[in-house]
Design a binder for this molecule. Sequence first.
Ligand code: BG6
Ligand code: MG
Length: 217
Amino acid sequence: TKKAFIFDLDGVIVDTARYHFLAWQKIANELHIDFTLEHNELLKGVSRVRSLDIILELGKVKASQEDKNRWLIQKNEEYLTYLVDMDQSELLPGVLTMLHYLKEKNQPIALGSASKNARPILEKTGIRHYFDAIVDGNDVTNAKPDPEVFLIAAKLVDVSPENAIVFEDSVAGVQAANIGKMTSIGIGEESILYEAKYIFKDFTHIEKGFIENLISK
Ligand code: BG6
Ligand code: MG
């Protein structure tokens, strides 16, 4: 059967999870909110607007919509400064090999990201042409763990959810794939991503035989 391979972006293709964290931390610091790497796991895969709400909840800070809008702009401006010099060297280990391999095997490849900055990142890292479909934060109304982003991606490449395979580094994203009845593959720590059907530390740990198996199922 025809499969589709759907990639999350931040933390799966590029190490931008770190940049999101640094940008949020700057806002949190200004608001005197304690915001650690552990808290950051709650934000992975989550939309920009929801992320700010989570941080404000952590600090029990109540804010006007005007303030929130200002911080959202400030966060994104800070985040964008990290993307200025981005190039292919920032792709995470094994990503390019995996994309190349899937293309060689004629497998549909899609992006399923919550980020509104996804397209420029694909351009800067020179991998835009690998993707048959791109669905990002500009295209969805429901944030992960809602499966909307992945369902649209699967539909665009004409594959049923059951035949879609999702690479994710976030708990919310793994849950979204599971709720969408897709095969979830966690990229990262087992202690965090244990809800995923399969977990690998990074793409270099995924053997070709494993992918071949998925394709032939
Ligand atoms: C997700 C990230 O991919 O995109 C989140 O994991 C981020 O950390 C979200 O908040 C939204 O991204 P952006 O670029 O639209 O602020
Ligand atoms: Mg991610």
